[in-house]
Design a protein around this ligand. Structure first.
Ligand SMILES: [Fe+2]
Length: 402
């Protein structure tokens, strides 16, 4: 430390010997007292403010002289407290500080500056190459450069120029980071708002879709009930066909909208019977050919009724083809095998099973043996064998009771 009472005492050189003459760049003793301490006169406001801190005013004075023609506004302080005051008030870009000072050391001051104003570039002035001081200043104060007394004027000018440039880079970098962070915050906020809107809208759409489906279902059930009301023997038939068809479809890995389509088609498959006379539907005597012809029209009529309804499930082809037979002997188009839509092939099995499993106006319910034999014998002829197999596996698992 250089006590304030002993200004400009030459610092001991390595080896303990004091320097005999003033250092290059320093002022001779006695000339520093009248020099301005805070600011270089005439410095323009836009000049980069730099702060020199040294308890020896002649060091300050010699640096001020050295920097007179440079584009800086040179501020000065003779101790750390004064330096910190200036740093708080001024947009200082660079602090050049003596290592040895009374009170707070140069390293401690640098540490303070590093924490409070990290973009202020720090240069340490040392009396001689003190390795311990250098390591401490680097570790604690993260100094940019060391200037060792006696300094070379050109070298000091260059170091200060580099330091101011370093400050600019740090400031630009900080501004860039702040801008990026602000944009990221804005982006995150926008993303959150967007996500909220998407979630709200999705929820609204799902709610509307559910309401719409519920409304469709009640209409569908009302239509099915209208058909069943024409023939008391078929009461509950639509719901049963829908249930069996859904079980078979699920066993065949049909999912989603297709599965829903099979279920709805099960409810609506005989909707075309609405145009038939009640008497014809409940007739117990043998049907005349023209009566059969009327009955055979119900899949086409059903499809015609449903087509304009634009149901949200693939239902119309299933209703249209539910009387096709696997061997091509069915109606209305006489389609064969896999040309018949899968849902229609499923409906054929479910419809036939429920018809055999319930009393009809023209015959009583068939026995379990008769039903299973009919289905077994019908596989490959009336029905898709794979679907009959799926049906039998459901019976075996007691999911369908005969
Ligand atoms: Fe039918």
């Amino acid at each position: 430390m250089n006590p304030a009472s002993q200004p400009h005492q030459p610092e001991p050189a390595p080896g303990g010997r004091a320097r005999a003459r003033p250092e290059r760049g320093e002022s001779p003793p006695g000339q520093f007292a009248a020099l301005p301490v805070r600011s270089q006169p005439g410095a323009a406001a836009e000049r980069a403010p730099i702060l020199i801190v040294d308890d020896e005013p002649h060091v300050i004075a010699s640096l001020q002289r050295l920097l007179r023609s440079e584009p800086y506004r040179v501020l000065s302080a003779t101790d750390a407290d004064e330096a910190l005051d200036i740093i708080r008030q001024e947009p200082v870009q660079l602090v050049m500080c003596d290592h040895r000072m009374p009170g707070m050391t140069g390293t401690e001051l640098m540490e303070h500056v590093k924490v409070s104003r990290p973009d202020v570039v720090r240069i340490m002035i040392t009396g001689y190459l003190d390795v311990t001081a250098a390591v401490e200043a680097i570790n604690k104060g993260e100094v940019f450069r060391f200037v060792t007394k006696p300094w070379d004027d050109d070298e000091v000018r260059l170091i200060i120029r580099q330091a101011v440039q370093q400050h600019r880079l740090l400031r630009q970098n900080r501004e860039l980071v702040e801008r990026v962070n602000a944009q990221n915050r804005e982006l995150r906020q926008l993303t959150r708002q967007l996500e909220r809107r998407v979630t709200d809208r999705t929820h609204e759409i799902e709610q509307k879709r559910d309401e719409l489906r519920a409304s469709y279902f009640s209409t569908i059930q009302a239509l099915a009930a209208a058909v069943e009301a024409k023939d008391p023997y078929t009461r509950g038939h639509s719901e049963s066909v829908a249930r069996y068809a859904s079980l078979i479809a699920r066993a065949l890995s049909v999912t989603g909208n297709d599965l829903e389509g099979v279920r709805v088609a099960g409810i609506l498959h005989d909707i075309g019977k609405l145009i038939l006379d009640d008497a014809l539907l409940s007739k117990t005597a043998r049907l005349e050919p023209h009566e059969w012809e009327r009955i055979r029209q119900h899949p086409e009529v059903g499809a015609r009724i449903l087509r304009p309804a634009l149901l949200p499930w693939p239902v119309v082809p299933l209703v249209y083809h539910h009387h096709e037979r696997y061997d091509g002997s069915g109606y209305p188009d006489g389609l064969k095998g896999n040309d018949i839509p899968l849902g229609a092939r499923i409906l054929a099995v479910a419809d036939s099973f429920d018809a055999m499993n319930s009393d009809r106006s023209y015959r009583p319910r068939l026995s379990q043996r008769e039903i299973l034999r009919t289905l077994e014998e019908g596989a490959g002829k009336l029905f898709d064998p794979e679907i009959v197999r799926a049906f039998f596996s459901l019976v075996k698992k007691d999911l369908i009771s005969v």
